[in-house]
Design a protein around this ligand. Structure first.
Ligand code: 3H9
Length: 694
């Protein structure tokens, strides 16, 4: 087996090669190996310079995230970095792939840095709720200036080699054989006796006296709720004000504070959850899948058009079918407009847009779908319509084609049963706008073959989605849980809350917007239509809780009609409407409920804990295989705050006993038909466990 870190000599250059697949993360062995390599190089009189280089697909991708939360093991990364910088012999980092986090902090401690032109460098710790903890916040401002460092560190977005060179992070950009280029560079350093440049001894430049305040203010919305970006600003500021050793001390203190915070734990959980979610429990990673080379999409409306774009973006040709030419024309015009907007913003080249458009072929004939490997229908949400469509698809599609429905709550098994191939039928629930939203709920029916849903997971990833495998139930994972929040918020309006109070609490919790702002934006008529379709299955209290009916009957459908729960000006700025307040107060009288003060805490408990309880039921019923599947649905489909890790992770941080006790409290006050604790929640709470710590 290859050594994790090897030391070899090429002429007078000591080469330290890291080989720790898959991404050369800085495990204890790597840290120790690099330090030992530098020691060897210093001690060896025949060595005049050293190169740090990596095997495999990338340079070091950072600290080993799996080691976080465990007892730290020596040598610590900041010490290794300092040891490199203190070396009396020049050390050169030779970068390929992505040098991230600690993987950039090592090069910043080297005296010179070269990279392939295809390489990228970045400090993405902020995305894990951390800050660079091995000198990144102190050294980057010293090579790139405080403003660039702030941008890179608080966004976590890596920069390409060319930009990194402009910023002063890289000394040279090279092509071809990186090791050969590094050896040439090292020889040059030795021959020309280039002075060793220790970054810690440089001065961090600040281009404006109010840089830090201005930067925090300008990004306030983007950073809302997150601790780490503000802490990153504090650390970079320290680099401009304090001597290096004191700045390092400050960085260390903040790193530990963030590392131990629930936010960072949540964000690290999200990092692994989004990678784990595509793995299907019980199926090997290499389970056979079907090849998807062409796709059919039914319905050229907003949803179908968005879905077609997803496949075209991934280079997969799409036949887009609708019933009338005018529907196709309208749908294609919207697709064109969407692409044109991206071109206008400079994020897409015109020729790429043209190529993508050419991959979307409109058609009126089902016959044209006969060769498609996958067909996704996005027609009207009505079982009779879906059955008609699937009967037609069953008749024309080739054997082995996967037939998927984009339904958001209808029974996929019932749809599958109308065909002669239920094993090839499943749900693929995209979220609106489908070309933007990352979540894809892949719904496996009772008879869907593993090969079929494994294909949907793979193709989902290919088109840039975060696919989550779920089972059949009303609303699947996301909408089923959302329905509980909607119900409780509706009840709280009757009992004493107002839409703007609920919206404020949900926004402050960390969602992008509250439920009533969201309803107004999406169009209240959608929820109204759903309510009418489900009216008979509602409880008497839910049937009488008819504020939505009253508001929609006034023609107030939300932003698009200028009013809904809120009223809107011509710029779509919302203001609370006294008329709606009066309507709600009168409604409470009508249904005989004495209004009372609803605290913000009650809003959180009823809106969020009701979803957690439902999530636990979803786990029991195996609709979702793991709590992480539920968390990913909520993070990517509904804007659950990343720094809380998703509803199930959040529940663990609150403590399941507390959640369970609240469920019992509301069972007594609101009613057992709404608040029966899930047996799983009850069991875990009583055992003092969490969804993740069983
Ligand atoms: C840090 O550096 C802190 C320091 O400042 C201070 C310390 C004192 N550790 O993403 P992929 C695994 S914080 C452990 O699918 P790609 C990953 O889980 C760190 N494991 O591949 C997956 O495992 P599995 C700052 C890691 O090609 C496998 O590698 N660095 C790490 O799409 C493949 O990953 C970052 O935040 C890690 N650091 O993308 C960089 N990284 O196969 C995080 C990856 O079992 N990493 N794994 O599921 C990335 O952004 C991407 O992985 C990368 C490759 C772009 C490198």
């Amino acid at each position: 087996m290859a050594e994790i870190v090897a030391f070899s000599k090429e002429g007078r250059v000591g080469v330290i090669t890291v080989n720790n697949p898959p991404v050369n993360a800085l495990s204890q062995a790597v840290r120790a190996g690099i330090k030992a390599g530098i020691e060897k190089g210093i001690a060896d009189a025949d060595v005049s310079a050293m190169v740090i280089i990596c095997e495999g697909r990338t340079f070091i991708a950072g600290a080993d995230i799996r080691e976080f939360g465990k007892p730290p093991m020596e040598p610590h990364l900041p010490d290794v970095c300092q040891f490199i910088e203190d070396s009396p012999k020049p050390v050169i980092a030779a970068i390929h792939g992505t040098a991230l986090g600690g993987g950039l902090e090592i090069p910043l401690s080297c005296h010179f840095r070269i990279a392939l032109s295809t390489a990228k460098v970045g400090l993405p710790e902020v995305k894990l709720g951390l800050l660079p903890g091995a000198g990144g916040t102190q050294r980057l401002p010293r090579v790139a200036g405080a403003r660039s460092a702030l941008e890179m560190i608080t966004s976590g977005v890596p920069v390409a080699a060319a930009r990194a060179k402009d910023m002063g992070i890289l000394d040279e950009m090279v092509e071809g054989d990186l090791k050969a280029a590094a050896l040439v560079f090292a020889q040059k350093v030795v021959d020309q006796k280039l002075p060793i440049r220790r970054v810690s001894q440089l001065k961090a430049t600040v281009d404006s006296p109010t840089l830090f305040e201005d930067f925090a203010k300008a990004n306030a919305r983007k950073f809302r709720g997150f601790m780490a970006p503000f802490k990153c600003i504090e650390a970079v500021k320290a680099a401009t004000e304090l001597p290096f050793p004191e700045g390092m001390k400050k960085e260390r203190e903040i790193f530990i504070e963030l590392h131990d915070s629930n936010q960072s734990k949540a964000q690290r959980h999200v990092f692994f959850a989004e990678r784990e979610v595509v793995r299907i429990p019980g199926l090997p990673d290499d389970h056979p899948t079907r090849e998807i080379k062409s796709v059919g999409v039914l319905g050229a409306g907003t949803m179908g058009g968005g879905i077609a774009m997803c496949f075209a973006n991934a280079g997969i040709p799409v036949k887009l079918l609708d019933m009338k030419q005018e529907f196709l024309d309208r749908g294609l015009a919207v697709i064109k407009k969407n692409y044109a907007n991206t071109v206008a913003k400079g994020s897409l080249k015109q020729e790429v847009m043209d190529k993508r458009l050419s991959l979307i072929q409109p058609t009126l004939a089902y016959e044209d779908l006969k060769d498609a490997d996958l067909v996704i229908e996005a027609v009207f949400e009505d079982m009779a319509v879906k059955k008609e469509v699937f009967t037609k698809l069953d008749a024309v599609c080739k054997p082995g084609a996967i037939l998927a429905s984009n339904t958001s709550y209808l029974n996929v098994d019932e749809i599958a049963a109308i065909t002669r191939r239920p094993q090839d039928v499943m749900g693929m629930h995209f979220f609106s706008p489908a070309n933007v939203m990352r979540l894809l709920e892949n719904v496996r029916g009772a008879k869907t073959l593993p090969e079929v849903y494994a294909t949907a997971m793979k193709v989902g990833k290919k088109i840039g989605k975060v696919p989550v495998l779920v089972g059949v139930c009303d609303g699947f994972v996301g909408n089923r849980m959302l329905a509980k929040r909607t119900r409780e918020c509706g009840f709280m309006l009757e009992e004493g809350a107002l839409p703007w109070q609920i919206d404020r609490v949900i926004y402050d919790f960390g969602f992008p917007m509250g439920p009533y702002q969201m309803g107004d934006m999406a169009g209240l008529d959608i929820g109204w239509r759903n309510r009418k379709a489900k009216f008979d299955s509602l409880t008497p209290r839910e049937q009488k809780n008819n504020l939505l009916d009253k508001i929609c009957e006034m023609g107030r459908y939300g932003q698009k009609t200028g009013s809904g729960f809120y009223k809107y000006d011509e710029k779509r700025n919302a203001t609370p409407d006294p008329m709606i307040e009066e309507l709600i107060i009168n409604h409470s009288k009508e249904v005989g409920i004495a209004r009372r003060t609803i605290t913000d805490q009650e809003i959180i408990e009823r809106a969020i804990y009701s979803m957690i309880n439902e999530g636990a039921k979803i786990l029991e019923e195996r609709i979702a295989a793991r709590p992480l599947d539920i968390d990913v649905v909520w993070l990517y489909g509904y804007g659950f705050p990343v720094y809380l890790g998703g509803p199930m992770f959040y529940a663990d941080t609150v403590g399941l006993k507390k959640v369970y006790d609240a469920v019992l409290k509301y069972r007594d006050s609101v009613g057992a038909e709404y608040w029966t604790p899930s047996p799983l929640l009850e069991k875990l709470a009583k055992e003092g466990k969490g969804f993740y710590s069983k």
